[in-house]
Structures are given as C-alpha cells and as structure tokens.
Design a protein around this ligand. Sequence first.
Ligand code: PLP
Length: 392
Amino acid sequence: MQISKRIKTLSRSQTVEITNLSRCLKNEGIDVISLSVGEPDFTTPEEIIHYANTMAKQGNTKYVATDGLPELKLKIQEKMQRDNALSYDLDEIFVGSGAKQVLYNIFMALLDPGDEVVVPNPFWVTYTEQVKLAEGVPVIAHTTAENEYKLTPKILDQFMTEKTKILVLNSPNNPTGSVYTREELKALADYLDDKDIIVIADEIYEVLVYDGEHISIASMSEKMKKKTIVINGVSKSHAMTGWRVGYACGDREVISAITKLQSQLVSSVSTPAQYAAVAAYDMERTFLDEYNQLFRKRRDNAYKKMVELPYVECIKPQGAFYLFPYFKDTAKKCGFNTVDDFLKALLSEKHVALVPGSAFGYPNNLRLSYAVDEDTLNEAMNRLKIFINEKL
Ligand code: PLP
C-alpha cells in the first residue's frame, strides 16, 4: 500500500519510541530502568477514579458537547481565574483529547501552507511535527544554557519574518525544566506588543514549579491575553496521562475553528474522562502541594547526582520533571562520537533508558525524567556512573 508523503516524512515521537522499547525489553525479562517517560509514576488519585466510575454508572456514557463537558468548562474557567488571574468566557474554552490533540487542532486551524511558527530550541518533539502536518514551516530559534535555554526578544527578533504567524512558548519547559520569570515574560510581551502574532503558551507543567512561580504570558496585559492561546490539562498535574484530557483558552474565533475541526475528528472527548477531570479540579489544594514537594525532592536528588558525573554540565531546572544536561564531552571521553551512540550502548549494556537531546533538536544533551521513585533513580544513576567509569 502506498502511504502518503505526509506520513512518510513525519518523524516518530522518539520519547514514545524509547519508552516502548524499554517496555519490550522489560517484557523479555530484562531489568530495564527507564528514565525516559514523560509522566508521573503513580496512579490517578482514588477519588478521581471513583467519581468517573460513579458518573459512568449513572449513565454518563454518551457523546457530550464537542467543545467540552459544560461542568468541566466551568471548572477550567474557575481555575484560570483563580490560578492565573485570567478570565475567559465559556466560548473561549475548548476541551480536547489531551494537550497534544488540542495543539494539533490549533495548528490545523491557524496555519496555511508556508506560514511560519517560531519554536525555541530545545523543543518538545511534537511541536515541529504537528506544524509540518499542518503544512506550516517550523522556524527553530536556538537558545543556550547560558540563558537557561530561554527565549529573549533579541533571539526572537532574529527569526521573525513577515510570514511568522505563531510563537510557541513552553514554560515550565520540556525538556529543559526552565521556567520563565515575570520579567522575562514581560520583556517578550513588550517586544510582541506591535507584532501581529499568536502565542501558543503550553503550560501543561504549571503545577510543577519548585523555584519562583508559574506565570502565564497571557497575564502580562489585556493585549497579550488577546494574542495568546493557553494550553493546559490534567495529564501531568493529576497523574492522568492515560485519561486524555487537555484544553485551550483563548480567542473565541480560534476556539470556534478548532471546535469545527473537532466535530469531524473526535466528536467529543471521552465523557467519563471529562468527569474525571472535573473531580481533579475539585481536589483539595493540599494534593498539589504535596505532589510539588515530592517532585522538588526528586529534582534535588537527581540534580545532585547528575552534576557529580564527569564532564557533565547541567542547569538546575526550576520546574517540570526533567534534567537536560550537556553530555557531549562525557560521551566523547567515553569513546562515543555522539550522545545518541552513548545512550544506545548504555541501554544495551546497563539497561538504562534515557532520551537523546537529538529528539529535542539539541544533540549534545540528553533528557532524564525524574518522575520515578528514589530507589529507581538512585539505581539508574549508579548504573550510569559505573558505565562511565568503565569506559573512561
Ligand atoms: N506539552 C508538553 C510540553 C508535554 O511535554 C506534553 C507531554 O509530554 C504535552 C504537552 C501533552 O500532554 P497531554 O498528555 O495532555 O497530551
């Protein structure tokens, strides 16, 4: 069968591939430790599961409104007001099957062939591929460790053209763990003030900030709010990756366009899953505080162990659950030409799975996910250390 050029040229998600490979090796009885996953390691809180179950048993198993279950949209509206000081009407809120699917709809609804989308590098693997699917052109804006891999007006200015339609901003960031400060967002907002551009602000890791606070660029000014589509969801905040509920808040014309697309694509997101998200937003704040504390401890432990490794340089991440160290020198000293080769050998010899930076457009680094318990992390870091020492 002849597969379309569109799909032939699409890259597979490397993070998903590595996670699948580790799963296969595990099924073969090999004790693989995977630090490649982008999801919390524990199960969804019991009250969320219970509520979804109850609602399903009560007969809530049918299609609902294409743009989202009304009860959930009300919760999202409340959350945006409370946590982000952003007020949205209900027709400015859209619920999709995970943030990933919401992003796809947005690129499809906004991009015409040749429109450019500025994506700061390193970037989450999906942005560039979705832009290409929508026949847009990803424009990669390189950032560096000196600036904690954050975009500045100066860098952005080098990549803006008359074809620029969208800027993607992801804070807290996957893969770097960087979090933009209020001042940094203000500087970007000032720069964008007279520009005709849409900002997609991916804030899916919002609750996982350990130093400083999460700020949405949409809250910089009324004008900035109008230009911004905020993306969020319950996957990372409530250990709900498998339920597939994410959302967008922004301009009602865009929300209406993505709803039209959704009506031909998904009809509506799984109804019990949307009820589960309602229960997530009804949970006590203490849940999120404890969750945050747990990940902060893991961040500190993982960071401490990472910077002890020879030739490694790593910024201390302030959010999400990833470390993104520079690893080229370590790989070289160990006799490997690339970080990719180092990681392949590490997986086959010591059974530790990490994601190469090349998956994020940054081949001299690697990404470690510390969304695992302490013993697992310690064992993985031990194996990594032994591997390096054996090769040096
Ligand atoms: N945005 C970023 C930056 C992510 O890292 C991920 C998941 O890895 C998503 C969005 C997708 O989230 P969801 O599970 O809601 O589709």
